[in-house]
Design a protein around this ligand. Structure first.
Ligand code: ADP
Length: 320
């Protein structure tokens, strides 16, 4: 392979820039030409492609968002759109691409792979919900943002002796809620992967108040229900008054954590190695603290990314 390209797609995540930087620098180190595709798959269809140099990715390792910008493309979901994308790759002499994004972006890459384009996929999403990898880029940074918010809310919760509900991102995956709840010392954590019993939530709150607790914090993943709905439920079930804080998009922003910068560098570099070896249809990730690559199919066929049940159990034991 002589020339490869990199794009970021779907929801952005802190650390995407560090991954782009790693891809560009590693490619040049390996004597490959490296092009940047702007605005995700839509930019590929539209030919928004530029050759990148070492200096193109200077001063971005610490920045949130993505310098290549991201997009969602409905045109790429059609066979005609994907034909245009492949034509652009050929026109530009690009022999393989690194796709940095979440599950949807990986599916797009899978379609490209079936059309004969070697793809290496780097997982970047704050949801941490990609099969086959224990950590995605952005998760650690988002986690730290949520913990910072919990600590601040805890101050006011204590001062006013209130129960707070904090709604965090995670439509299908509860990792962010679980890890932040555990690290933030929340009394109750509601995640999509586990059933909840509103009466048990009430009991926990009451037993806390009974032994003189000054505040309570409940973390709810948006996939379970909204913070507002939970507040209504608690009021209707047990006349418990709560305050709701919806963290929203601040969870996606900000400077990436040190850990995210490190794994982004490792994943990005591995993606280039994979393509240089002439392999495609590969996902990069982490298993048992080792950077690994594995067939892209495994992301979709095996549902082995499940929330850490032991951690969930521990969070319950520690928040009695
Ligand atoms: P994320 O990568 O964060 O999960 P999306 O699910 O929005 O974000 O996916 C990003 C883009 O990937 C979509 O806008 C679309 O262009 C492409 N994509 C998603 N799913 C498919 C699919 N099944 N086939 C082809 N392209 C897809």
């Amino acid at each position: 392979m002589r020339k490869i390209a990199v794009l970021t797609s779907g929801g952005d995540a802190p650390g995407m820039n560090a991954a782009v930087r790693a891809v560009v620098r590693k490619a040049i180190y390996e004597n490959l030409e490296i092009a940047g595709i702007f605005n995700g798959y839509q930019g590929l269809i539209d030919g928004k492609i530029e050759l990148l140099q070492l200096g193109s990715v200077g001063d971005i390792i610490h920045r949130g968002g993505t310098m290549l910008r991201s997009a969602r493309s409905s045109e790429f979901m059609t066979p005609e759109g994907r034909e245009k994308a492949v034509d652009q790759l050929k026109l530009n002499g690009i022999e393989g691409i690194v796709v940095i994004g979440g599950d949807g972006s990986f599916r797009g890459a899978y379609e490209l792979m079936k059309m004969g384009i070697p793809c290496a996929c780097v997982p970047a999403t704050i949801d941490n919900d990609i099969n086959g990898t224990e950590f995605t880029i952005g998760f650690d940074s988002a986690l730290n943002t949520v913990i910072d918010a919990i600590d601040k809310i805890r101050d006011t919760a204590t001062s006013h002796e209130r129960t707070f509900i904090i709604e965090v991102m995670g439509r299908d995956a509860g990792d962010l809620a679980l890890w932040s709840g555990l690290a933030g010392g929340a009394e109750t954590i509601l995640i999509p992967e586990e059933d909840y019993d509103i009466h048990e939530v009430v009991e926990r709150l009451k037993s806390g108040t009974g032994r003189g607790k000054k505040h309570s914090i409940i973390i709810v993943a948006e996939g379970v229900m909204s913070g507002g709905e939970l507040a209504k439920m608690l009021m209707e079930t047990a006349n418990i008054e709560t305050r709701v804080s919806v963290l929203g998009h601040i969870q996606r922003g900000g400077s990436p954590s040190a850990r995210d910068r490190v794994i982004a560098s490792q994943y990005g570099a591995r993606a280039v190695e994979v393509l240089k070896e002439g392999r495609g249809g590969v996902a990069i990730g982490m298993q048992k603290h080792m950077v690994v690559d594995y067939p892209l199919e495994e992301v979709f066929v095996k549902r082995d990314h499940s929330v850490d049940r032991e951690l969930y159990k521990l969070s319950k034991e520690l928040s009695i």
